[in-house]
Design a protein around this ligand. Structure first.
Ligand code: GAL
Length: 353
């Protein structure tokens, strides 16, 4: 082999080495790029509440914020923005518009007027932003308009039945409730907003359960206090002026109104033995404390932790484009979390939450 031949071979050898090296380098670089952390994604959740001062809902949203934080991963951050509808559907619609304009991937909507979601649905559909309605259930026909709308809440009838059963048990085991010993329990109702699914249905099912349980009832009065403690105090004071010590039982659609009734009894200086038995629903922090203190006779736990976590997980799944079968949604839309009776045996468990 001559010099030329050797040089040619060497040259070819270098060329081959260079080509191999370049190939190896590019593979190595590609490999590095492949291992690079993927771009972080940001899930922006826009929440609107009918009223940020509502006790049960503010406790629920506090849980939701924590849950959203806990569902963050290295690849996906979650940012939650909460706006106040200030009890006006028009204001709430504007909040949603601003949230969408500011950038929003999933909406969580607690309607002011559960029969008027159209504007919000139209805006969300236009930008393909899924909506999780919660706590205030839109009517079926509205939810059927688009397949990217969901509802997270609880079954109001269940809570009413449980309240009725708790009250019936209490009346049976506390003969002193029937203070005038006429064999009939004189009662008053404190109700949530008219038109809210939880108000009408809780009242009806609590009363019919008591009757089914064999408790003889006489309704003295029914007052609307819009879920609100201060309003309940006023309404209860008025009923006390009218009926005095005849009131033996107070059935309130939620804990805040039950607490308002207890405030009224305290203000009027009614001593413990002469007070009516008061029942609520929700198991809010103050509601549970009133059970501990013995001022409230019973409540039904409204699973804010379960609802908040379901909403947070659903929002993340919708954003990630995951399959939703693990949510076991009824009609691919509804998720109802169960209520629980608060009893002396399980009270501790709820206080720890
Ligand atoms: C009910 C709850 C009430 C109040 C209301 C507001 O489910 O029991 O305390 O929060 O929702 O919509």
């Amino acid at each position: 082999m001559g010099e030329n031949g050797m040089a040619g071979k060497r040259r070819r050898g270098w060329i081959l080495t260079a080509v191999l090296l370049a190939g190896w380098l590019s593979l190595a670089l590609e490999g590095c790029a492949g291992r690079q952390a993927p771009q972080k994604r940001y899930l922006r959740i826009g929440v609107v509440m009918y009223d940020v001062n509502d006790t049960f809902l503010s406790e629920l949203i506090a849980c939701f914020r924590e849950d959203a934080k806990s569902l963050q991963t290295e690849e996906r951050s979650i940012n939650v923005t909460v706006r106040d509808g200030e009890k006006s559907q028009r204001t709430e619609d504007s909040c949603v518009e601003e949230l969408i304009d500011g950038g929003c991937d999933v909406l969580c909507v607690n309607l002011v007027d559960r029969t008027a979601p159209s504007r919000i649905i139209d805006m969300a559909m236009e930008r393909d932003i899924p909506i999780i309605f919660f706590n205030r259930e839109p009517v079926k026909e509205d939810l059927a308009q688009w397949d990217r709308m969901y509802y997270v809440g609880s079954d109001p009838e269940e809570s009413g039945v449980m309240q009725g059963e708790l009250a019936a048990d209490y009346i049976r085991s506390h003969s002193g409730v029937d203070r005038n010993k006429d064999g009939v329990i004189q009662y008053v109702l404190l109700e949530g907003e008219p038109g809210h699914q939880d108000a009408i249905i809780r009242t009806e099912s609590a009363v019919s359960t008591l009757t089914r349980e064999g408790v003889q009832l006489e309704k003295l009065s029914r007052q609307i206090a819009n879920w609100n403690r201060a309003q309940a105090l006023t309404k209860m004071s008025q009923m006390m002026t009218q009926y005095g010590s005849r009131i033996e039982l107070v059935l309130a659609n939620n804990d805040d109104m039950a607490l308002g009734a207890i405030d009224a009894l305290r203000q009027a200086g009614i001593t413990e033995g002469s007070r009516p038995a008061v029942f609520g629903i929700d198991g809010t922090k103050e509601g549970l404390q009133a059970i501990v203190d013995g001022t409230m006779a019973g409540t039904v736990y409204h699973d804010k932790e379960g609802q908040a976590m379901t909403m947070a997980k659903l929002a993340a799944a919708l954003y990630d484009g995951e399959d939703l079968s693990s949510f076991h949604l009824k009609d691919w839309t509804y998720c109802y979390l169960p209520y629980q009776k608060v009893t002396p045996e399980n009270l501790e468990k709820f206080l720890e939450r």
